[in-house]
Design a protein around this ligand. Structure first.
Ligand SMILES: Nc1ncnc2c1ncn2[C@@H]1O[C@H](COP(=O)(O)OP(=O)(O)OP(=O)(O)O)[C@@H](O)[C@H]1O
Length: 289
């Protein structure tokens, strides 16, 4: 796993982002939720093939859950969706990832272009612990040397913390360190930080696995509230969570040493109530994995 801070820095290095980043509520065209489409993705670490011909459409304004047993390639697939996979030295891939029809892997397309439009929230909350809550949200702007007036920054901080469901809890202590928040609050702060650069897609890699049930519920509410603002793709091991938060699910499986592939995908209700493949039935009913 690469250092998420690098991603954050990369996300905001393009100065064309300036207007959208600092003007809450404007720049709708560039920050509208996008449809993400994986087209026949295969992936390797060295000569170990871990994904084979994975195709999946993740529609705009919907929550897509990636489910499946450990090691079937869910996180690898997620990292391919915002070009983080290529940060691993031995990693390679084939296939295309289309963001509203444009391949993020096209020659000549900068890696930063994908990263700033497709944000990521990690398993373990990773705010800058000594930095204030306020500065955590605006960290991306500062690291990129993007200048914003005080009023714009204040508005952006309030907007992003509100969207992340944290504003009411921290509005009176914005100058306190991010590290002083609870685990669940830290994760929502990380979501707010991701939103500050106005991504069109938000990838979440088991965002609740380090959190207690109450914080988990709060993050799930946040995911629900955000889905109108940004396309969401979430990896989760928790079947109840997948059922609660997602509109559609994709079930990944790597059988007997074969690379991971999607066994079945579809609307979440159908995946849980009437799966087509017996392996999906067994997995969603907790018979393996
Ligand atoms: N950096 C890496 N170098 C080499 N192999 C890796 C690397 N990351 C993952 N793999 C391998 O790729 C395969 C898929 O791993 P991945 O983490 O994508 O699965 P996963 O479904 O997300 O698992 P989990 O649910 O346990 O997180 C596994 O065999 C894993 O060992």
């Amino acid at each position: 796993m690469s250092d998420p801070t690098d991603t954050l820095v990369d996300e905001i290095l393009d100065p064309t982002r300036r207007i959208n980043a600092v003007r809450p509520g404007r720049g709708a065209a560039q920050s509208d939720p996008a449809t993400l489409e994986a087209d026949s993705i295969s992936a390797w670490f060295g000569d170990h093939k871990v994904l084979e011909h994975v195709s999946l459409t993740m529609p705009a304004r919907k929550v897509t859950a990636l489910i499946g047993p450990s090691g079937c390639g869910k996180s690898t697939f997620l990292r391919i969706l915002n070009r983080m996979h290529e940060l691993v030295g031995s990693a390679s891939l084939a296939g295309r990832v289309l963001l509203d029809g444009e391949d993020i892997y096209d020659r000549g397309r900068r890696i930063t272009h994908a990263r700033r439009q497709i944000g990521m929230v990690f398993q373990k909350p990773n705010p800058f612990p000594a930095m204030s809550i306020y500065d955590n949200v605006t960290a991306g702007l500062k690291l990129g040397g993007i200048k914003a007036g005080r009023d714009d920054r204040d508005a952006l901080v309030e907007e992003c913390l509100t969207k992340a469901g944290l504003w009411k809890e921290v509005r009176d202590r914005l100058r306190q360190p991010g590290g002083a928040l609870s685990g669940g609050q830290q994760q929502r702060l990380c979501i707010a930080r991701s939103l500050a650069v106005r991504p069109r897609v938000l990838l979440m890699d088991e965002p609740c696995s380090a959190l207690d049930p109450t914080s988990t519920r709060r993050i799930e509410e946040t995911i629900h509230e955000l889905s109108e603002e940004v396309t969401i793709v979430i990896v989760t091991h928790n079947m109840q969570q997948a059922a609660r938060v997602s509109d559609q699910c994709a079930f990944f499986l790597a059988e007997q040493g074969t690379p991971g592939a999607i066994v079945e995908h579809g609307p979440t209700g159908a995946m849980f109530d009437s799966p087509q493949d017996p392996r999906t039935t067994d997995y969603v009913n907790g018979r393996f994995g």
